[in-house]
Design a protein around this ligand. Sequence first.
Ligand SMILES: [Zn+2]
Length: 267
Amino acid sequence: MMLAPSVQEWGTSMSTDDDMPSADQVEAAEAGRPTHPQEPHAGGIAGRLNWLRAAVLGANDGIVSVAGIVIGVAGATTARGPIFTAGLAGLVGGAVSMALGEYVSVSSQRDSERAQITQEKRELAESPEAELAELTALYEAKGLSAGTARTVAAELTARGPLAAHLDAELHIDPADLANPVQAASASALSFVSGALLPMLAILLPPATLRVPVTFVAVLVALALTGALSARLGGSNVRRAVVRVVVGGALGLAFTYGVGHLFGTAIH
Ligand SMILES: [Zn+2]
């Protein structure tokens, strides 16, 4: 992050243009675009990476839960009908559950942000002086001198008091509140895209190859999603892949075993 030089530095270097941002930089900063090459900005690349990471985790969920279901049923029966029905039920049920969970959590987050915005509006209307003092204090706490902080707070308040307080105090961008419907559809969609893989892997091959093909396809897919989400999260890729592949293999073997055991017991 580029910080403005301290007051003393400003005093001595005001005459050179090097310390002043270019018009392009100011425009980029106002639009929320990167102000420096190769520097991810919150809401820019970082925001998109978070979104991608959520999609990868959703797909991962779809792969694991539907693979468990179809492998478990395949352990009990070789008939395609029940395998397909169980897989489809798992796909639909999982997608609905993901969407609902996401909808509830994003809605309550948005409700609390809206409540904070309403409260801030009321405070600004009732006691503008106290709010200006509050904003000044926030900028002093960031390291500005009392005078500079007062100037910054006054200028931002003149431009738009609510936006200034939401940004400095609550870190909310009112133009960018989370959308529950969008979040719910995205997570359902990523779950379904992951769930389709074990469905196809178990239904397409001949009966004798069903289980091994699904095992391999699921473990390869888990290795890929594990590597991708580790990369996006900045953690160790190899360790994440080993963890997810070993865990996935154990889980699938377990569900196959349980399906086989109960399938033969209940016949
Ligand atoms: Zn305030």
